[in-house]
Design a protein around this ligand. Structure first.
Ligand code: GAR
Length: 205
């Protein structure tokens, strides 16, 4: 559960984790800029040289790359990386972690630490097409409808409690990119709205 309900005077402190261009981050930042909200983004973290960091930097929000440390054992490397991320989250007094195109699967220990305060958006109607290739999988399956899902993160892959979902049509002849762009447009509206509700205490899970 969230530690508290956000207020306009003291909005919930969000960190947004990204891996790519950050169109979802940009939409969230605009949402937070245009009106008083119950949440605000105070930290952006990327796991590499993500273009989306510029959206945070442009608004003066600390926006950092935390690369995978140079550790040969993959398990140790993952844990060491998460420890670095966790240190940044704690230093920034983060209350809720928002995954927005963050393409790493988090370890059970990290998930446990943030349980109820760790949110993801996935570009399909879960439980259909979990994982890193949702659009490819939807097209290969001949789906006529796809969409996006906002969910709390649990120890599984895209299997946590669903907060909201919205359908998006799949059109004849769609490429992966066509479908991705159509879904992103819906994500950019849905995710900020769900975060408004979450920060207001609307979900009692
Ligand atoms: C978004 O469509 C998001 O749903 C997806 O990555 C895209 C990020 O776009 N996330 C996943 O696939 C997570 N498994 P963006 O970098 O332009 O915001």
């Amino acid at each position: 559960m969230l530690p508290r309900v956000g207020t306009v005077d003291d909005p919930l402190r969000l960190a947004v984790l990204i891996s790519g261009g950050g169109s979802g981050l940009a939409a969230l930042l605009t949402h937070q800029e245009v009106a008083a909200r119950l949440h605000r983004t105070v930290l952006v973290v990327a796991d590499g040289d993500a273009g989306g960091l510029e959206h945070g930097r442009g608004l003066g929000i600390p926006s950092k790359t935390i690369s995978l440390p140079n550790v040969s054992d993959k398990v140790e490397q993952r844990l060491a990386h998460e420890a670095l991320v966790l240190a940044e989250l704690e230093a920034a007094e983060i209350e809720c972690v928002v995954l927005s195109g963050y393409m790493r699967i988090l370890t059970p220990s990290f998930v446990k630490r943030w349980k109820g305060r760790l949110v993801n958006i996935h570009p399909s109607l879960l439980p259909k097409y979990p994982g890193a290739h949702a659009h490819r999988d939807a097209l290969a399956d001949g789906a006529k409808v796809s969409g996006c899902t906002v969910h709390l993160v649990n120890e599984g892959v895209d299997s946590g409690y669903i907060l909201a979902a919205e359908e998006v049509p799949v059109l004849d002849g769609d490429s992966e990119e066509d479908l991705q762009e159509r879904v992103k447009k819906v994500e950019q509206i849905l995710y900020p709205e769900v975060l408004d509700q979450l920060a207001a205490g609307a979900f009692s899970v």
